[in-house]
Design a protein around this ligand. Sequence first.
Ligand SMILES: Nc1nc2c([nH]c(=O)n2[C@H]2C[C@H](O)[C@@H](COP(=O)(O)OP(=O)(O)OP(=O)(O)O)O2)c(=O)[nH]1
Length: 132
Amino acid sequence: MKHIEVVAGIIIYKDRILCMQRNANKYDYLSYKYEFPGGKVEPDETNSQALMRELREEMEIEINISESDFFMTVVYQYPDFKVTMHSYICQVNSPEFIRKEHINHLWLKRQDLDKLDWAPADQPIVKKLMLE
Ligand SMILES: Nc1nc2c([nH]c(=O)n2[C@H]2C[C@H](O)[C@@H](COP(=O)(O)OP(=O)(O)OP(=O)(O)O)O2)c(=O)[nH]1
């Protein structure tokens, strides 16, 4: 079965976390779900390089990310593929970005994160963020 390596950014501005809504997808279980922005790691890229590239491409966010920003890794088995997702805390100084691929976004306080319909692999990240 296909196994993909993904990076995701927990974008934090003041006391709010950026939640991005995916568009329709060939897999119903991912369509319109909320997620943390990011994407697949390409060969010869480090995780932080991949995340900086994805945030630049997807949202025009220019940010420096290093291994010290690592938050947690989730391994999740979807019906059609397995994902290993590495998440990083990304503190930003401005809430500005350009939404190029997602259909909606919300800036939520930690305690409200569980009000959204998250991609299944994101549940452990949401849970951990709510504990802090
Ligand atoms: N970026 C991101 N991807 C996530 C999260 N949770 C989760 O299950 N995923 C999955 C969805 C996708 O299968 C994969 C991310 O890769 P992607 O963004 O390049 O994939 P995609 O489905 O949008 O596009 P593609 O496969 O058609 O290229 O990881 C998350 O919080 N952020």
